[in-house]
Design a binder for this molecule. Structure first.
Ligand SMILES: Cc1ncc(COP(=O)(O)O)c(C=O)c1O
Length: 388
């Protein structure tokens, strides 16, 4: 054993503690779909990404149980060995149809997809790939850019004229260009201007990769995401299944050639065990339900606006949020933690988001709503905000 390792780790942790950036795991239980802390107190959940409440939907739970009973608890191998079952292919076909794409490929998680698909794309063609990535892209996208070892230029958040300048600066150079963005940004709750990004990508001969983790199920026609509004303009659509789908895992959708290439070149797909039947069953049921949930989506949008209005009355900056993700910028780490404690005293579970997840000085409460919140829950939340 290394006698110095634990001592050094303790020193690192103490340094994080000193600046209020240490993260701690906290146990909560789920009782009849409600969150309960260890003292038995029920808390209103405004921190999860289960935007349509599907993780608790009877049909989703039943199909997960049914497929596990019929097909087994686990997948037996990676997809290229014996992990590609008929149910796996059927769910992929259903996902592709949902996203309006030729084909789709399942991944074990969104992190794994972004971290490994981007490098697999960057090695296509001669002359290398230059990557252009939004400054607020998720950590998994940043990871993918680093793993790609490609030249990566970061454009200011949602600043398409900055992106245009960077693309112009690259004109005439050999190789390919790849633009990376989220359609809804996970910490600010604002949207990318996808039609403008599609036009820019086409104008500069670049491919466009869009992470729809927080849009799929919630936004776009029948919840199909924002890329669905730009028919055929987005080359690579990535999304997660652990958020509005209420399940687990992720997917990439696009052309048949894209999916066939990833099957051959993406290590995060090749060298990992397939998704288990219970997860596939849950995703299959979610895909049956999501297109018909316009009522829930409208209610979510209305409640998100009520929350933004309540925060604005208390002079909180909600940035450019227009979605179910509503930040309330506080500033320092310590103040954000204190605000989260105060909300919890009022029965609302909300997590303080601090650096390095967000920029120093912009620590915040990140409130996320879901359509399962009832009017009583909303009243309690709005009262807690009014007292904050
Ligand atoms: C924008 C975005 N992409 C990817 C991920 C990762 O997805 P997963 O939780 O499935 O690993 C997240 C999750 O927080 C996210 O917010």
């Amino acid at each position: 054993m290394d006698p110095t390792l634990d001592t050094l780790l303790q020193q690192e942790l103490a340094a994080l503690d000193a600046v209020h950036r240490r993260r701690r795991l906290r146990a909560l239980s789920c009782v009849d779909g409600r969150l309960q802390d260890t003292s038995g107190r029920i808390l209103i959940d405004t921190s999860s990404n289960d935007y349509l409440g599907l993780s608790q939907h009877p049909l989703v739970k039943a199909r997960a149980a049914e497929w596990a009973a019929r097909h087994g608890a686990g997948a037996p191998a990676s997809r290229l060995v014996t992990g590609t079952r008929d149910i796996t292919l059927a769910v992929e076909e259903k996902l592709a149809a949902f996203k309006g794409c030729e084909a789709a490929l399942l991944f074990s998680s969104g992190f794994q997809a972004n971290a490994t698909v981007i490098p697999a794309l960057a090695k296509v063609g001669a002359g290398g790939t230059a990557i252009f990535s939004d400054a607020l892209n998720h950590a998994s996208i940043v990871h993918g850019c680093r793993a790609a070892r490609a030249q990566t230029q970061v454009f200011r958040h949602n600043d398409l004229s900055h992106l245009d300048d960077l693309l112009r600066g690259h004109a005439g150079k050999p190789g390919r260009k790849l633009i990376l963005t989220e359609s809804v940004f996970s910490m600010d709750g604002d949207r990318a201007d996808l039609p403008a990004l599609v036009a820019l990508a086409e104008g500069h001969g670049a491919a466009l990769y869009v992470d729809e983790a927080h849009a799929s199920g919630v936004l776009g026609p029948q919840g199909r995401g924002l890329a669905a509004e730009c028919k055929g303009g987005v080359d690579i659509v990535m999304g997660t299944l652990g958020k509005a789908f209420g399940a687990f895992g992720a997917y990439v959708a696009g052309s048949r050639a894209l999916i066939d290439w990833l099957v051959n070149a993406c290590p995060g797909f090749i060298y990992t065990t397939a998704l288990p039947p219970a997860v596939l069953g849950a995703v299959d049921a979610a895909l049956d339900l999501i297109p018909g949930m316009d009522h829930e989506r409208a209610q979510l949008a209305r409640n998100s606006q009520r929350l933004r209005d309540a925060l604005a009355l208390r002079n909180y900056d909600t940035l450019n949020s227009t979605t179910q993700i509503v930040p309330a910028v506080i500033g320092s780490e310590a103040d954000a933690l204190a605000a989260a404690r105060r909300m919890e005293d009022a029965g609302i579970l909300v997590i303080a988001i601090r650096p390095p997840t967000v920029a120093p000085g912009t620590s915040r409460l990140r409130l996320t709503l879901n359509s399962a919140l009832g009017e009583d829950d909303m009243q309690q939340l709005l009262a807690a905000v009014a007292d904050l």
